[in-house]
Design a protein around this ligand. Sequence first.
Ligand SMILES: Nc1ncnc2c1ncn2[C@@H]1O[C@H](COP(=O)(O)OP(=O)(O)OP(=O)(O)O)[C@@H](O)[C@H]1O
Length: 673
Amino acid sequence: MSVAPEVHEFQAETRQLLDLMVHSIYSNKDSFLRELISNASDALDKLRLESLVDKDLDVDTSDLHIKLVPDAEKRTLTVIDNGIGMSRDEVIELIGTLARSGTAELRRSLAEAREKGLSEAAAEELIGQFGIGFYSTFMVADKVTLVTRKAGESVGTRWESTGDGTYTIDEVPDAPQGTAVTLTLKPVDTENHLYDYTDKTKLRQLVKRYSDFIAWPIRMDVEKTVPVEKPESEKDAEGAEKEDAEKESDEKKAPETKTVIEEETVNSMKALWAKPRSEVSDEEYQEFYRHVSHAWDSPLETITLQAEGTFEYQALLFIPTQPPFDLFMRDSKVGIHLYVKRVFIMDDCEELMPEYLRFVKGVVDAADLSLNVSREILQQDRQIRAIRRRLTKKVISTITEMRDSRPEDYRKFWDAFGRVFKEGLVNDFDNRDALLKASVFQSTNSEEDLTTLADYIGRMKSGQDAIYYMTGESRQQIVNSPHMEAFRAKGIEVLILSDPVDEMWVTSGVEFEGKRFQSIAKGAVDLDDDEDEKDEKAKEEQNKAFEELLKWLTETLSDDVSETRLSSRLTESPACLVGDTWSMSPQLEKLYRASGQTLPKTKRALELNPDHPLIVALNKAFADGERDKLVPTAKLVYGMAVIAEGGELEDPAEFAKVLAGQLTESFAGGSES
Ligand SMILES: Nc1ncnc2c1ncn2[C@@H]1O[C@H](COP(=O)(O)OP(=O)(O)OP(=O)(O)O)[C@@H](O)[C@H]1O
């Protein structure tokens, strides 16, 4: 009894995506084949691994391969693998929906692009950025049919869609184990980069270009012209004749041939990581990068490593050009695949690369591990730890070299991954120096250029013993903060640290070349040079003149400030807030609060600029004894200091009320006089 296929609807966002594919103007339509072969190769890897782990799995793994079957008459191309296959539910989940982690992000980008009318460039960029895997088949096919049977199951499933709003699901009792994807191809349209994908020369070319390194054989039936084998008796007779005849006449005689169909392996299957770098072209590396990273960009840097001796392993690593959308997501994965003697063992092997280098993609092939090594064993393994140490150092040194030899590429790297890279400063103590050396920072020295710490130190003023920095939410906020004033006036360079991660490492007691890091918004800063020392006496007098006001302010503002003192940081603003050397900065407090932690309020010191007319006037009014009237002014001075550094007032409405009151009074006072 045959049952009619079930019709399912695609999710709304999948429909949008398919629509994008069906009407794709993406110039690299050829890449659909790479996607199908990549999926097939993954499926073979999975089956091989499954059969190692599950001894009861009754499958034949002796001839795992991929086969391309073009049919010029029917205008179809089928890509077949005898890998792990999919169950009916998996087909619906994996193929019928966008189950992958990028879905939300992709959906957002699609919606945005749609709002803007989905320009050609936007569509191209989306495809390039996300790589749409299986769906890319709809760039070249009017109809896609997938027949699959999961290893260990008896019944197969057929999935079929023409890329409109629906797909059908059907049972296939006699499906071979593995997956076959048949594309009913769109008409050839070379102007739109749609080629004849039933042409074997074209297919061979595409496999060579995109998938040559795939570790499984990619086979195709090819027609070959071969000499006709003659029966032995005829051969003997010919042999005798030959002895008598002249060579000349032999050449004239056309050899008898016939056309046979032979199955040929189209890819070389050579593991690129095992080849010397000089034997691999940039294009080959690029395609391999795309295969392992599931990305569609080109690598910014390729790193090869061959270790011999106690631990034998080879590594081929890439630094991407574009950050993946999930770089900062919780489930963002480390991108290293582990192989043991050319056999794929696992992807996302976090034991091989620290989390802060999660943008590095590639392969490590270790010779001396067991094939069924588990993650638990890996965590304990001395060899794995040694490999990880070496790879980490190699990646850091490569990045440092890139900075010195290819500054433009380095800048791309830094803009894409600098924030992640700096996470290492927080938790990789062994490599901290190397990481600091490899990093660059914004500073007041230049608006565009970033500086190394070594260059900063080279520009330090004589007698300066610390690397000055300020953290904040943006360059603008930091540069305009009152804390900057005296530094600007004296021409002292300050590092501008505006990434959230900066707060973490810079406050962890780190030093560079014997120089500590000193926040300009924390602790006492002594910027006085020798000349100023003469003014020491004048200062003392000033302190005396303000002593009572400072005491009174400390008391009046005791809910918000730890103390009030005169400042040597300020030249233009009336006041600023300064934390203790080890206190938490307001930015860090905000970060913690945003992550749901409750923190006691950190009180900071209020520093006053004794030369500012407002502070001078305040001191005079205080000396004149109108203390109660001065309370609102004191609150305003504090509030202004918070706002000036880009902070948030605890009670903005209250601040506005006090300000309105003071302004009204000043007008009233003005009109009276
Ligand atoms: N030939 C196949 N055999 C078994 N499973 C497959 C096959 N092709 C696809 N799949 C399953 O469907 C999922 C979705 O495939 P798709 O190509 O859309 O994305 P992907 O391979 O996960 O990611 P990407 O395309 O970015 O590499 C795969 O992850 C895999 O689980």
